[in-house]
Design a protein around this ligand. Structure first.
Ligand SMILES: Nc1ncnc2c1ncn2[C@@H]1O[C@H](COP(=O)(O)OP(=O)(O)OP(=O)(O)O)[C@@H](O)[C@H]1O
Ligand SMILES: [Mg+2]
Length: 244
């Protein structure tokens, strides 16, 4: 059974049709790249999946259960973790404290499973290579480092499905590689990731499958290589091929 599936999702805001008839499914442990031109509806789809926007029609299932009408908080408890850009970081706290408060917000059972929360906080920072900044205030980090911290906090929240919206935007090549490694590490742990990115080589390196959106619709899906070689993708990014 798939972990996540959407069936005929559509969203209209006023007169605008923003998402049209979106159906796809994601298996446990897959890394899926969601790509498409600016304004094609990728972030809106994430808002619908995480519960911040209600679809006009269609359904969303997680673990076979209909979650279409659940609040974002309930979906988070159900295992959906979303990474927002620079959202949720306390700039006046140290990195260590930032991770610790996120761990302390877990349920009693989850906390008990983690054991020594101070130790886990440090391990989380080590995982993203930020341990040497553990006792610096988060506000002094570079944009890329903040992104890593934000991802790290979400990752150790014990979620099963991660929605990452442009995790490498404004991130240096070195940190981009770290984000890629982090996502691959998650896969090893059996987690599932949906990642929106404009950086196509990054998508090619880490994804099992790619979903391409245009004007609110899914126009193409396939393995990264298949999608890369398709005429449809070239037309979408570079306009129609005049020789055909
Ligand atoms: N709250 C809203 N009200 C009206 N229109 C909206 C709203 N949110 C998004 N849109 C429109 O929906 C379309 C899809 O936007 P969305 O932000 O989902 O695209 P995107 O694929 O994430 O783009 P980008 O790659 O630039 O991040 C755009 O035309 C946008 O203007
Ligand atoms: Mg977007």
């Amino acid at each position: 059974m798939s972990l996540l599936s959407t069936s005929h999702l559509s969203l209209s805001i006023g007169e605008h049709r923003i998402l049209s008839d979106i159906s796809f499914s994601v298996d446990s442990g897959e890394i899926i790249g969601l790509i498409g031109p600016n304004g094609s509806g990728k972030t809106t789809l994430f808002n619908v999946l995480s519960g911040f926007l209600k679809p006009s029609t269609g359904t969303i299932h997680l673990h076979g259960e209909d979650i279409t009408t659940l609040s974002p908080a309930k979906r988070a408890r159900f295992g959906i973790g979303r990474v927002f850009q620079n959202f949720g970081i306390f700039r006046d706290m140290t990195l260590f404290e930032n991770v610790l408060v996120a761990l302390e917000a877990l349920s009693k059972e989850e906390r008990a499973l983690k054991g020594d929360l101070r130790k886990v906080s440090m391990e989380t920072l080590e995982m993203v290579g930020l341990q040497s900044h553990a006792h610096t205030k988060a506000g002094s980090l570079s944009g890329g480092q903040m992104r890593l911290l934000e991802i790290a906090r979400t990752l150790m929240s014990g979620k099963e499905l991660f929605l990452l919206d442009e995790p490498t935007a404004g991130v240096s090549p070195k940190l981009t590689q770290q984000v890629a490694d982090l996502i691959l590490q998650l896969k090893k742990q059996g987690k599932t990731v949906l990642v929106v990115e404009h950086d196509l080589p990054f998508i090619g390196r880490i994804c099992d499958r790619v979903i391409v959106m245009d004007v609110g619709k899914v126009v193409l899906t396939g393995k990264p290589n298949e999608v890369k070689q398709s005429k449809g993708l070239r037309e979408l990014y570079f306009g129609a091929d005049p020789t055909t």
